[in-house]
Ligand binder design. Structure first.
Ligand SMILES: Nc1ncnc2c1ncn2[C@@H]1O[C@H](COP(=O)(O)OP(=O)(O)O)[C@@H](O)[C@H]1O
Ligand SMILES: [Mg+2]
Length: 268
């Protein structure tokens, strides 16, 4: 998928669907496979937090597409929008956000009333809800812990979208409540220092960082996918996502071949 195709429609085409291009769909299937190895196999419900250092690196895009792709296997999946400052999941799925996570955590709604079908198979969505004045407090509360315990009974996977780690503490609070954390790094944008900083923060709170997802990759052009991308004639070899380095479960991976560049041109 060429970057311009995505921008033209304000991100709508960045969602995996039956008409998505081959490389995009395959990249998310690879992420799904890697996750199935990296998350604890013996747990009935696997809880994954997707985060990144800064805004606009692709957290919402990656968490939404990962959730859609896992739900295609018939697993029961819930995507939670835990970015209570700049929630975007509801706009991606075109669903209403009047009642969501913040309302549940503040005791104003029952969690089942805050879950809606996504329109994508077995995937359900809990949107962020009304933007609260105290997101970090809500997300670190016992209510959040208890909510996850309740949800474990109903779902095979709970995927949590979040706020950027280097700006606010919200996702750090959550990282210790889930089984694994995947860090999104944006090619030609995320910096080494920011990524290192994020990883040390996550380590400090004892998060289980299971991998890095490199977003917005430009294919170097010698692989199977490049060939297919040309065949479908969409992107001239560009496609959006790649599991990072050797994929999940092999540590952090930054610092070897696929380095994020040092410049940072999209820290909005
Ligand atoms: N691989 C990509 N190619 C093109 N546009 C992308 C890609 N990943 C994300 N975007 C776009 O960048 C913007 C920010 O992405 P988003 O997932 O909302 O980031 P975050 O949740 O980290 O703030 C959105 O408009 C999204 O559609
Ligand atoms: Mg987001």
């Amino acid at each position: 998928m060429a970057k311009n195709d995505v921008k033209k429609t304000n991100g709508a085409t960045a969602m995996v669907s039956e008409v998505s291009n081959f490389a995009l769909v395959e990249a998310f299937k690879a992420i799904r496979t890697n996750l199935s190895f990296a998350l604890p196999v013996n747990k009935k419900c696997k809880k994954l937090l997707i985060t990144s250092s800064l805004p606009s690196e692709g957290k919402t895009t990656v968490s939404s597409n990962t959730a859609i792709t896992i739900a295609q296997t018939d697993a029961k999946v819930l995507l939670i929008d835990a970015d209570l400052r700049k929630p975007k999941v509801h706009t991606r799925f075109g669903i209403e956000n009047s009642v969501g996570l913040s309302n549940v955590l503040s005791g104003m709604a029952k969690y089942r009333d805050a879950i809606r079908p996504s329109g994508k198979g077995n995937l359900a969505v809990m949107t962020a809800g009304v933007i609260p004045p105290n997101p970090a407090e809500l997300l670190s509360s016992d209510s959040m812990r208890n909510l996850l315990i309740e949800l474990e009974k109903d779902y095979d996977y709970v995927i949590v979208d979040s706020a950027p780690i280097n700006l606010v503490a919200d996702a750090l609070e959550l990282s210790a409540m889930v089984d694994g954390v995947a860090l999104v790094v944006k090619a030609n944008s995320s910096t080494h220092p920011a990524t290192r900083d994020t990883l040390s923060r996550l380590e400090f709170v004892g998060a289980n960082v299971i991998g890095i997802i490199l977003n917005d990759v430009v294919s170097k052009g010698n692989g199977y996918y490049k060939k297919k991308a040309y065949k479908y004639g969409r992107s001239g070899g560009k496609y959006g996502y790649s599991s990072y380095g050797y994929g999940y479960g092999y540590g952090y991976g930054y610092g070897h071949t696929h380095r994020p560049q040092e410049n940072n041109n999209e820290n909005n």
